[in-house]
Write a protein that binds this ligand. Structure first.
Ligand SMILES: *Cc1c(COP(=O)(O)O)cnc(C)c1O
Length: 348
C-alpha cells in the first residue's frame, strides 16, 4: 500500500519470478484468476471456431468454458475410476483432425497420468495445456505438474492451497507463448512502459495487481508448511476412514505426489449421499458433492450440445457418489475426529 505502484510494479515481477522458480518453468505470467489464465492459454494457441479441445467432464466448469470463450468445441473424454482424472485411452479415441489441444485437469491435487498423455500429444503433434488450478506442488514421475505441457495454469482463489483472494498464474516453457499471454493480459500491449497507448492485438485486462502479488509472495513462503500440513490432515482422515464399510478414501497414485486441494471420499451406492449431507449439516458439519453435476450435465452444456445422462458413465458414477469433507490448512485433529465419528453415524 505504501509503494507508488499498485499495478504492473515490482511485486508482480517478483511473484512471477518466484513462481516460475518454484514450478521449474522458464516463464510465468500473473493474471486475475485461473479462469482468465485458461482463457489466455486457449487464445495463445490460436483456437478458432470449429476447433476441438479434448478435456475432462469431471472438473470445475472453467476448464471447459475457456474453450467456449474462443468459440471452439470441448470434446470430453471419460475419466479413470481411481484417480478421477482424464483417462489417456479415452483421449486417444477422441482425437480427430480438428483436435487442436489436450487440456488435462489435475483434480483435487492428484496429477494426471502425464506420461501417457504426453505420448499421445507427441504422436499427434498436439499441444497440451494443463489445468493445474487445484494442484500446486503436485508431481508425476518426479516432475512438477505445470512443466509437462506447452503451458499450464494455477489459481489462487480463496479455497486453493495458497491464495491471493482472487488470482492466477500461467506458466510456459515457450517464449512466444509467454510474450503473447503477457500482451493479451495487458490490453494487447507489447510493452508496459513505452508505447502505453499502442495496442497490437485484441487484448484483455487480466493483470494481477500489486496487492495480490504481495499476498502471493507471502503465501509462497508458507507453501511447504501448507502442503505438509494438508498431507498430515489427509493422513489423519485416512487413519479414521480407510477401514469404514461403505467409504472409499482418496486414491494416491504411487508414481505421483498428491498435493491435497480437497479430501474427497466416495460413498457406496447403498448409501444416500443427500441424507449423509443432511445429517452432517444438522450436526453443524458442512460437506459438498464435488463435482456434481459434472460439466457435460450442467444446464447450458446440455442445451448447447445435447449431452445426457449416460454419456460419460465413469464420470457420472463418480460424480454421483463423491463427498468432499471439511478440509483446510490448520484443521485440528480433534475436529477431524468429530467429522469422522459423525460421518460414521450418518452412514449407519
Ligand atoms: C479453481 C479452478 C479454476 C478456476 O480458477 P479461478 O481462479 O477460480 O478462476 C479452474 N479449474 C479448476 C480445476 C479449478 O479448481
Amino acid at each position: 500500500m505504501k509503494s507508488d505502484r499498485l499495478s504492473l510494479g515490482s511485486k508482480l515481477k517478483e511473484f512471477e519470478k518466484e513462481f516460475s522458480k518454484l514450478i521449474g518453468s522458464p516463464y510465468a505470467i500473473g493474471v486475475t484468476n485461473g479462469t482468465s489464465g485458461l482463457h489466455l492459454c486457449m487464445k495463445s494457441i490460436d483456437l478458432k471456431p470449429g476447433d476441438e479441445v479434448i478435456t475432462s467432464p469431471f472438473s470445475f466448469i472453467s476448464s471447459s468454458n475457456c474453450i467456449l470463450f474462443c468459440n471452439a468445441k470441448p470434446v470430453f473424454a471419460d475419466i479413470d475410476s481411481k484417480t478421477y482424472n482424464i483417462d489417456p485411452e479415452q483421449i486417444a479415441q477422441k482425437i480427430t483432425n480438428k483436435t487442436k489441444a489436450i487440456l488435462p485437469v489435475h483434480v483435487f491435487g492428484q496429477p494426471c497420468d502425464m506420461k501417457s498423455i504426453m505420448e499421445i500429444a507427441y504422436e499427434h503433434d498436439i499441444p497440451v495445456v494443463e489445468d493445474a488450478c487445484e494442484s500446486i506442488g503436485a508431481e508425476y514421475d518426479g516432475k512438477k505438474v505445470g512443466t509437462f505441457g506447452l503451458s499450464a495454469v494455477f489459481s489462487f482463489y480463496a479455497n486453493k492451497q495458497i491464495t491471493t483472494a482472487e488470482g492466477g498464474m500461467i506458466v510456459t516453457k515457450d517464449e512466444k507463448i509467454y510474450k503473447l499471454c503477457k500482451s493479451l493480459s495487458n490490453q494487447g500491449r507489447d510493452n508496459d512502459d513505452l508505447n502505453w497507448l499502442i495496442h497490437n492485438r485484441l487484448g484483455y485486462n487480466y493483470r494481477l495487481d500489486e496487492l495480490s502479488c504481495a499476498l502471493g509472495l507471502a503465501q509462497l513462503r508458507k507453501l511447504d508448511f501448507i502442503l505438509k500440513n494438508r498431507e498430515q490432515i489427509a493422513k489423519e482422515y485416512n487413519k479414521h476412514l480407510s477401514k469404514v464399510d461403505g467409504i472409499t478414501v482418496p486414491f494416491v497414485d504411487p508414481d505421483a505426489k498428491h498435493t491435497w486441494f480437497l479430501y474427497v471420499i466416495k460413498l457406496d451406492s447403498s448409501i444416500s449421499r443427500n441424507k449423509t449431507i443432511e445429517y452432517l449439516r444438522s450436526k453443524g458439519i458442512e460437506t459438498k458433492a464435488y463435482f456434481f453435476p459434472p460439466i457435460h450435465l450442467q444446464p447450458f452444456y446440455k442445451e448447447m450440445f445435447g449431452f445426457k445422462n449416460g454419456d460419460f458413465p465413469i464420470c457420472e458414477e463418480v460424480s454421483n457418489s463423491v463427498l468432499a469433507l471439511p478440509f483446510f490448512t490448520g484443521m485440528e485433529k480433534s475436529d477431524i475426529e468429530v467429522v469422522c465419528r459423525t460421518l460414521e453415524e450418518a452412514i449407519k
